[in-house]
Design a protein around this ligand. Structure first.
Ligand SMILES: *Cc1c(COP(=O)(O)O)cnc(C)c1O
Length: 429
């Protein structure tokens, strides 16, 4: 489910007309459907209901305070990757006791901050980090709750830049080394409480097979760690993929299933049905760290067409959003459907590149794609931009950050002002 559809020929987010939002707040503009975010959270919660679990939303996917507040109200925990994200979670009313802290490069200041706030677990990515955590906790006279991230060496079959569970990735500790590490830590590191085990094999996984493979491979290790070290949780990570194609067609689910007939489609129901029975008998609390699944399809980026430029080889639609606002296509060949805010009268299409104003050839949203022939002055929506959209935005080319709006039913709230020029140079001396 997502909250975007044409009503009387005009694209809406829930009950709010996007054209109206573009006129009121200007473009580029991120718009989020609050109903979609809570729906996704609840559906995952239901799909996992057969096993004790906690959903720790991966803050890095979309860290707007209002999005975090919405999820905190649903009872979400939070998976953070920096001190700044912990600060945001606290500001949004999130409970630090339900926060896990991931990432390969935690600094001393971040470790101290998280210890002081009493987070649930440090998800540690190397023996060196575990020893350092022990040292810092000792200096503070506390015991740090921790889980080590296991790298199970399975292929997530996703883009190489967002694959994390192979031995050649920088993440986690090799599967074979985990048992020995827990043995040494339990003897040598008195300021560490080994509370769980964590894994996360990659992002935008579009089939269930790699999840099953990782869970089945790691299950014996989890059993051993529970028996030897009394761990209480296993975090199976995030990575649930979403549909980026055909986002406005009711046939999206069908497309999803036909996409790879040899493989079970990755719906959230399938995820629960396949994984819950495999996890149930472990008698552990299962943590999940979804980011994209919760917010990806819940957001769009509205952008206005500035010019049409016809070259010898190509036609370019130049829009007012750039790779600084949405970097996924440039960074890892991310796809976003491009949909006019006013439903085109005919099915006629033109083959174009949609590009931004940034001085980089990588600054495009699509290349050689057949699209309705939208004109300068008209706005379009870049669909499925709720995850890793604004969160990765930058000021490159000294472009102020876009505004963000949260829609709930018929009401739209500005949840982040458009940055102005003064804010752009704030802090520079
Ligand atoms: C990024 C990340 C996630 C979330 O990934 P999604 O693909 O957005 O679900 C979860 N856990 C860890 C450790 C991550 O780094």
């Amino acid at each position: 489910m997502h909250g975007f559809s044409y009503k009387q020929g005009s694209l809406h987010c829930e009950d709010v007309e996007l054209k109206q939002l573009a006129a009121t707040y200007g473009t580029p503009l991120y718009v989020y459907s609050g109903g979609t975010i809570t729906d996704h959270f609840r559906r995952l919660d239901v799909a996992l209901s057969g096993v004790p679990h906690k959903i720790a939303y991966a803050v890095k996917a979309n860290s707007n305070l209002s999005v975090l507040r919405l999820l905190a109200a649903e009872g979400a925990g939070f998976d953070i990757v920096s001190g700044g994200e912990l600060f945001r979670v606290l500001k949004a009313g999130g409970d630090p006791a339900h926060c896990t802290f991931a990432g390969v490069g935690k600094t001393r200041a971040e470790i101290i901050y998280a210890l002081e706030q009493g987070i649930y677990s440090f998800n540690v990515e190397s023996e060196e980090e575990l020893r350092y955590l022990n040292q810092v906790a000792g200096e503070l006279g506390v015991v740090a709750p921790a889980a080590v991230r296991v790298n199970p060496n399975v292929d997530a079959k996703t883009h190489k830049y967002i694959s994390t569970g192979k031995s050649e990735n920088k993440f986690g500790v090799d599967f074979e080394a985990i048992g020995g590490l827990y043995e040494r830590a339990s003897k040598d590191l008195p300021h560490i409480h080994l509370r769980g085990l964590q894994m996360h094999i990659g992002s935008q996984l579009t089939s269930i097979a790699p999840f099953i493979e990782a869970v089945e491979k790691v299950t014996p290790l989890v059993r051993l760690l529970k028996q030897r070290h009394g761990i209480e949780f296993w975090s199976i990570g995030g990575g649930i993929g979403i549909v980026y194609q055909n986002s406005l067609e009711s046939g999206a689910a069908e497309w999803w299933q036909q996409r790879d007939a040899s493989d079970a489609p990755l719906t959230i129901e399938c995820y629960g049905k396949e994984l819950v029975p495999r996890l149930q008998e472990l008698g552990l609390k299962i943590l999940l760290e979804p980011g994209r699944y919760i917010v990806g399809n819940a957001g769009v980026l509205l952008t206005r067409c500035l010019y049409e430029k016809k070259g010898l080889a190509k036609t370019f639609k130049i829009v007012d959003a750039g790779m600084n606002d949405l970097i996924r296509p440039a960074l890892y060949e991310g796809h976003h459907d491009i949909v006019p805010l006013i439903q085109p009268a005919s099915d006629a299409q033109v083959v174009v590149d949609v590009v931004g104003p940034i001085c980089e050839s990588g600054d495009f949203f699509c290349q050689d794609r057949a699209l309705p022939d939208f004109q300068p002055g008209e706005s379009v929506a870049l669909m499925s931009a709720g995850a890793y959209g604004f969160a990765m935005a930058s000021n490159y080319n000294s472009r102020p950050l876009p505004a963000e709006v949260l829609v709930e039913g018929g009401s739209a709230t500005l949840v982040r002002r458009r940055q102005d020029f003064d804010a752009l140079i704030e802090g520079e001396l």
